[in-house]
Design a protein around this ligand. Structure first.
Ligand SMILES: C[S@@+](CC[C@H](N)C(=O)[O-])C[C@H]1O[C@@H](n2cnc3c(N)ncnc32)[C@H](O)[C@@H]1O
Length: 267
């Protein structure tokens, strides 16, 4: 097997396992902080005036983005297809949205979209998922084929934690700490979107101040903490994350979380 493909497969297996362990903490984090709902709502605002009726939600997780999409479009009876690689995350998504008409969940790999869908979509959302796809370029290429003319790709990309000058907060507070969440550099993502045929891309920055408790809840999600302490079993990571957050809040004040929205419209 080609080295890059082998890395990609190993990365995907690790992501699936991490998210299978994450469903409970993920939903607890969201109940307190509403991050993923906020991201989805911003992504919807940014595609206005589009009012998509056929929507694909890629990496739907526990269905937070799916529900936000359904609620926002409820007046027009949308059809929403939502795909995720993690069975445990999907189980929650089905509980959250199961009784809603026109919402369909599929377990599958975001890098093989054309194997699952023949439908054409008005909008395809990647809410907090694109940076987890080693084969993001292939996923986007297939997504672009599934879009109708005038359709839109709406993406939120996690850019990291920052100080007030915009410098990397973790590098500043812990120069020796490796923290990598995801596998996709933003420059590669942007240039991939720009290379899609007949597509115009806009990029919008989103930064907001976060509290120590927000950081602790966020970094305690297994799929997050594995980016900080990959070799340590989950329960042993928790006290380390607590110390890490205490020190970070002392060394960098205020701390900002950064996201990038990328909106790519097909002509
Ligand atoms: C941070 S969660 C975001 C979930 C959801 N969009 C939300 O807003 O709450 C990222 C999701 O991407 C999923 N994911 C990661 N790699 C994937 C892949 N190759 N195919 C499908 N889903 C994937 C993970 O299982 C996880 O549920």
């Amino acid at each position: 097997m080609h080295v890059a493909r082998e890395f990609g497969q190993r990365f995907k297996t690790a992501v699936e396992k991490n998210f299978d362990q994450s469903a409970d903490t993920y939903d607890r984090f969201e109940e307190r902080h509403h991050l993923f709902e906020t991201l989805t709502r911003r992504q919807l605002e940014l595609i206005e005036p589009s009012r998509p009726e056929r929507i694909l939600d890629v990496g739907c997780g526990t269905g937070i983005s799916t529900l936000a999409l359904q609620q926002a479009m409820a007046g027009s009876s949308p059809n929403i297809y939502a795909i995720d690689i993690s069975e445990r995350m999907l189980l929650r998504a089905r509980e959250r949205c199961g009784s809603l008409p026109g919402v369909y969940f599929i377990r599958g790999d975001a890098e093989k979209l054309s194997g699952y869908f023949n439908e054409a979509f008005d909008a395809i959302f990647y809410t907090a998922s694109i940076f987890l796809l080693p084969g993001f370029a292939e996923s986007l290429r297939q997504a672009s084929h599934l879009l109708l003319p005038g359709g839109v790709l709406s993406i939120s990309y996690y850019a990291g934690l920052f100080d007030e000058k915009g410098d990397d907060a973790i590098r500043k507070a812990f120069p020796d700490q490796k923290y990598q969440y995801g596998t996709v550099p933003i420059v590669e993502l942007v240039s991939c979107l720009e290379s899609l045929p007949a597509t115009r891309t806009t990029r919008v920055d989103f930064r907001f101040e976060v509290s120590r408790d927000f950081l602790f809840d966020f970094l305690s999600i297994p799929a997050q903490s594995s980016g900080l302490f990959p070799k340590i079993p989950y329960l042993e990571r928790i006290p380390r994350i607590r110390d890490f957050c205490d020190l970070l809040a002392k060394r960098v004040d205020p701390v900002f979380m950064g996201w990038e929205f990328l909106i790519a419209r097909k002509r």
